[in-house]
Design a protein around this ligand. Structure first.
Ligand code: ADP
Ligand code: MG
Length: 484
């Protein structure tokens, strides 16, 4: 089957042709007719299988010019990046029609977005919160909405946007078409789909011949995060096939740490993207990665979700995701639209059970690789790695402080006493996070300060020596994981 077998009109056929697409993907092929027929639908297919075009094609095909130009279709997505991507894909497909799309997301001026929509948009794509605002302030007239698309339903649910989706559904007229798309199927997605006005047709594309199967999966067993960083550095230096590399850097702080480390070796080649970066920076970073101006992109799970960058050669996972679905999403960033790609997981001993769970549940073959001899193995463990494992203090130092009043001294003595008791406490395995001694304020203060200013390197810990700093003291320790 090819696109000419679809009931497409000239403007659409020409646009598709210019994009260089000849064959529809399985999901595109299977949802076209039911959407055209006005059915409600739940479409499930893997990441990278072309779901965006699967709903945009029939939506554009169904469009009829009307002088009123109020939106009759809304598309809800989980992230700002996806808003931008859906708009871009739409612009390409609707190039030869006069149909208009407007994108909106939170954190930017809603007035500008309202004005754009008021100027005449046929379709509005927005994150769920912003969509609620636009409906409540009547920029989008709920009564005019004929069709709603909820893309990445699984992700929206995971991020806790259920209430907003339900609210939007309640605001819309009951006579409407509801289209939902998801990369994964679970009970919650199913339950939400049942909230559509009509029982949806469920279309799940089969596992065979999916682009994702073009991906080869490997893993290394690595001692700790610092060694993982050494290994990543080594791979990026020696493996010349690593042309466009997306690194999953764990949380924001880990992503920043990795970025700081790699920037020394690969200046101008590495960038980082996460929720603390502003929207413009995020979009520019993505552009640089797409164009090849930057070779290595470090991202957090949430941000990576919206990344549809062509020709990513490698995915590196600095940690093992705790749910198998995340692994599929992460590795699905490569091998898109039939291309090949490589996914490499760096797993510590502690993470092996998680990795095994992924292998078991996804049935993906992830092949072990031998740890390269040339790579230095570090003995330094990060605080995060330690919480899970056994603990051992190497050294506790205290900095000299200038003389101050009596109250200060009393406090200082207390702090000092507390800190000097820390090694023993930690050696006895007590949990820093749940400790409630008054002097724990010192610890809390450090954590709070770091939270406000999460930029790395902060005063919370140093990547070099694994030190904790406060104004008054320097705590220096390294904590190896528990060996069972
Ligand atoms: P999903 O939403 O399922 O994760 P996307 O809609 O983001 O996937 O599409 C993944 C990539 O595949 C995009 O770059 C898109 O342009 C491309 N693509 C979509 N449909 C086709 C097709 N029929 N042929 C070739 N490439 C396609
Ligand atoms: Mg998608």
């Amino acid at each position: 089957m090819d696109f000419s077998d679809f009931n497409l009109n000239k403007p659409l056929l020409q646009a598709v042709e210019e994009l260089g697409y000849t064959t529809p993907t399985a999901i595109q092929e299977q949802v076209f007719a039911p959407i055209m027929a006005g059915k409600d639908l739940l479409g499930i297919s893997q990441t990278g299988s072309g779901k965006t075009m699967a709903y945009l094609l029939p939506i554009i095909r169904l469009w009829k010019f009307s002088p009123k130009r109020t939106p009759d279709t809304i598309i809800i997505v989980p992230t700002r990046e996806l808003v931008v991507q859906v708009c871009e894909e739409f612009e390409k497909l609707a190039k030869y029609t006069s149909m208009k799309i407007a994108g909106a997301y939170g954190g930017t001026n809603i007035k500008t977005q309202m004005a754009t929509i008021a100027e005449g948009a046929d379709v509005v794509v927005a994150t769920s919160g912003r969509m609620v605002d636009l409906i409540l302030n009547r920029t989008i007239q709920a009564s005019q909405i004929k069709r709603v698309v909820i893309d990445e339903v699984d992700e929206l649910l995971k991020l806790g946007f259920r209430a907003e989706i339900t609210q939007i559904k309640d605001l819309l007229p009951s006579k409407r078409q509801t289209l939902m798309f998801s990369a994964t199927m679970n009970a919650e997605v199913d339950a939400l789909a049942m909230l559509s006005t009509h029982t949806p047709v469920k279309i799940e594309t089969s596992t065979s011949g999916k682009p994702v199967e073009q991906i080869q999966h490997f893993y290394y067993t690595v001692k700790n995060t610092h060694t993982k960083i050494n290994l990543i550095r080594h791979l990026l230096k020696t493996d010349t096939s690593m042309q466009k590399v997306l690194v999953f850097g764990g949380g924001k702080r880990m992503a920043d740490l990795l970025h700081a480390e790699l920037s020394f070796d690969f200046p101008d080649e590495v960038a980082v993207i996460h929720g603390n970066k502003n929207q413009n920076t995020r979009l520019r970073t993505l552009d640089d990665f797409e164009s090849g101006a930057c070779r290595i992109l470090i991202a957090t799970d949430l941000l990576a979700r919206g990344i549809d960058v062509t020709d990513i050669t490698h995915i590196l996972h600095i940690d093992v995701p705790d749910i198998p679905e995340s692994y599929i999403h992460r590795s699905g960033r490569t091998g898109r639209a039939g291309q090949s790609g490589i996914s490499i997981v760096l797993s510590s001993e502690n993470e092996m059970p998680l990795l095994n769970q992924i292998i078991e549940q996804t049935q993906i073959r992830i092949t072990p690789l031998a740890f390269p001899d040339e790579v230095e193995i570090s003995d330094i463990f990060l605080p995060d790695e330690t919480m899970k494992g056994g603990m051992k203090i190497i050294q506790v130092k205290q900095k000299k402080v200038p003389e101050k009043g009596a109250a200060f001294h009393e406090k200082k003595t207390r702090t000092k006493k507390f800190l000097s008791s820390l090694p023993e406490k930690i050696n006895n395995g007590y949990d820093l996070e749940n400790y409630s001694e008054p002097n724990m304020v010192v610890w809390e203060k450090v954590k709070r300060r770091n939270k406000k200013n999460p930029q790395f390197p902060g005063d919370f810990f140093s990547n070099q020596h694994n030190q904790y700093f406060t104004n008054e003291t320097t705590l220096c320790f390294s904590i190896p994981p528990k060996h069972n």
